[in-house]
Design a protein around this ligand. Structure first.
Ligand code: SF4
Ligand code: SF4
Ligand code: SF4
Length: 152
């Protein structure tokens, strides 16, 4: 687990407030608690911060083995809209005849499926955030209108 100071050191440190926080230090606190994501700091998406951004991403990746318990879907928030099903690249790759074209999953290789109006997540080990070639994927979180998906 990185420290707030480690994250802060990698931020632009201009206190520009574009992320909605009053200082880069405040943003680092929010990053660590996963309430904000790296992309919320738009300045760090500039090419000149590429190395710092990559270091931040590697620091914020979940640790190996966290995959089995790393995702929570808050069913009380889920509206069953299906956005996460079609947005997840694993679902799209594993189910070209179903999730990839916005239809009900046709097999059990998908991570998300909607059952009785609520999403159910399974096969979490397939998630791009876990395993050997981990990336900090937000593809399911971003289109969720209610913030029902959380990684812990
Ligand atoms: S947008 Fe980035 S640079 Fe600006 S205050 Fe937030 S963390 Fe700092
Ligand atoms: S983080 Fe990416 S790979 Fe993992 S479940 Fe969400 S969309 Fe799929
Ligand atoms: S995008 Fe969010 S609200 Fe929609 S089905 Fe997925 S978890 Fe539920």
């Amino acid at each position: 687990m990185p420290t707030v100071m480690e994250l802060y050191q990698l931020l632009p440190k201009t206190n520009c407030k574009k992320c909605g926080e009053s200082t880069c230090m405040a943003f680092a606190v929010e990053l660590l608690s996963r309430k904000k994501k790296i992309q919320d700091c738009t300045p760090i998406l500039e090419d000149k911060f590429k190395n710092q951004r990559e270091k931040l991403e590697s620091l914020l990746l979940p640790s190996e083995g966290a995959g089995e318990t790393g995702m929570i879907v808050h069913t009380e928030l889920c509206t069953g809209c299906g956005n996460c099903v079609v947005a997840c690249p694993v679902d799209v790759a594993n189910d070209p005849g179903g999730a990839a074209i916005g239809c009900a999953p046709t097999n059990d290789k998908v991570i998300f499926k909607v059952v009785d109006g609520k999403v159910i997540a399974s096969n979490i080990r397939e998630c791009r955030r876990f395993g050997k070639n981990r990336v900090l994927c937000y593809a399911c979180i971003d289109p969720c209108p209610t913030g029902a998906i959380e990684f812990v």
